[in-house]
Design a protein around this ligand. Structure first.
Ligand code: DSN
Length: 433
């Protein structure tokens, strides 16, 4: 890096057009960007898969790196002029390997779903059998849903949770693995509040000769922050999104054992994608650096503590925490005791400035579009700096919204309290003058 770069702070001149340019050129879109910021600031963001990135990550996403085509990998690109973006990807790869103790990293997938497409491509052929967690029990679309490529092109056999304790049924998983001899076994979910026993899954994979794939999208940030055990030592491949607890830009990433590095890289490019989004790769590199700090580790621990507090507080409000509570950043709440469905609760909370999602609970008697549950997560509110006292308040606001959020004036009153709470924990505050 030259002296010029070190002496001069990064200004608009270096990282690209500023927001004022957007306002001048396209006030219509700029107005939406502003009102979305206001929505994020004024409401409670409890979607378990969302977070607030640092301004540095946002700056990378809006930078001139977005202009560069860089098909291929550092040192082996199909376009000229990649010497600068090569540095970003090399730094990011090293940071990922270091942070997770991984043998190989690929930061190019545009999303979690596309990372998963690459995993299927690296290890299986269409028609092969894969064992993965059932969507109604907390799995993901790309784990074999019939409306997704995974369910259309692969023979995906699903395992689930036990009805009595709502925890993964490892006996069933093993029985299914022995019966179906899958090429690959996937663990990971979008609505599973407990920890996964990766050692046990590894044993089952070894017993049947399957590739162990962990889709860690939801919890990888907790792993990065050392708040929960890592799947990396056990798994052949770990895929994830970078924008959840990890607090990076929207995108995907893959970690793998060295033996699978070539297969993964080939599956990402040219197998599944063309040019990587280098601005997002830079954002991922920045987030990985942030994750390696003691501050992030304290954050990850606090996310779990807050979620446990919130789940307990919702139980105190008369609801039921699926699987008896949570060990992660998300809680799945059975709200049948309120007499309201997940769909209605989602709408009523939305009316009251609380953003969360309806979610099927295991063995849900309702359809997936209606559901008996809600899913709440504490990644975003913890980034804002909220703690146990705020979780108690949030639980009471949720309970009131579920009960009264269909009444316009009551919803308005709840929303005012939500605004007041959020204003004490400002999102992207203006810099002090
Ligand atoms: N849509 C994500 C979630 O909310 O869990 C998973 O892809």
């Amino acid at each position: 890096m030259s002296d010029r770069h070190l002496k001069h702070p990064i200004t608009q001149e270096y990282y690209g057009p500023d927001f004022t340019a957007m306002q001048n050129q396209d006030p219509e879109i700029a107005a939406v960007v502003i009102s979305e910021l206001e929505r994020q600031r004024n409401g409670l963001q409890l979607i378990a898969s969302e977070n607030f990135t640092s301004p540095a990550v946002l700056a990378a996403m809006g930078s001139t790196l977005s202009n560069k085509y860089a098909e291929g990998y550092p040192g082996k690109r199909y376009y000229g002029g990649c010497e600068e973006v090569d540095k970003v990807e090399e730094i990011g790869n090293e940071r990922a390997k270091q942070l997770f103790g991984a043998e190989h990293a690929n930061l190019q997938p545009h999303s979690g779903a596309s990372a998963n497409v690459a995993v299927y491509q690296a290890f299986t052929k269409p028609g092969d059998t894969v064992l993965a967690m059932s969507l109604p029990h907390g799995g993901h679309l790309t784990h074999g849903s019939k409306v997704n490529f995974s369910g259309k092109w692969f023979n995906v056999v699903s395992y689930g949770v036990r009805q009595d304790n709502e925890l993964i049924d490892y006996d069933q998983l093993r029985d299914l693995a022995i019966e179906h001899k899958p090429k690959m076994i996937c663990s990971g979910a979008t609505a599973y509040p407990s920890l996964i026993d990766f050692e046990k899954v590894r044993q089952i994979c070894d017993e049947v000769g399957a590739i162990m794939w962990v889709d860690a999208a939801h919890f990888i940030g907790l792993v990065a922050g050392k708040a929960i055990p890592s799947p990396v030592p056990y798994a052949d491949v770990v895929s994830f999104t970078t924008h959840k607890v990890l607090r990076g830009p929207r995108g995907g990433m893959i970690l793998a054992k060295a033996a699978h590095a070539a297969a993964i890289d080939k599956a990402v490019f040219p197998g599944m994608q063309g040019g990587p989004i280098m601005s997002a790769v830079a954002g991922k590199a920045i987030a990985l650096k942030e994750c390696a700090t003691p501050g992030y580790q304290a954050y990850a621990k606090k996310v779990v503590e807050n979620c446990q507090a919130l789940a307990n507080d919702l139980v105190d409000e008369g609801m039921r925490a699926v699987s008896g509570g949570t060990q992660t950043h998300l809680a799945l709440i059975d709200i049948r005791s309120t007499g309201v469905t997940g769909k209605v609760a989602d709408e009523r909370c939305g009316n009251s400035g609380i953003t969360l999602n309806k979610n099927a609970i295991p063995y849900d008697p309702e359809t997936p579009a209606v559901t008996s549950g809600i899913r709440v997560g504490t990644a975003a509110t913890t980034t804002q700096g909220m703690g146990a006292a705020e979780m108690k308040k949030i639980a009471s606001l949720i309970a009131r919204a579920i009960k009264d959020g269909d009444d316009e004036s009551k919803a308005k009153a709840i929303k005012a309290e939500v605004n007041q709470l959020c204003s004490a924990f400002p999102v992207y505050p203006a810099p002090a003058k």
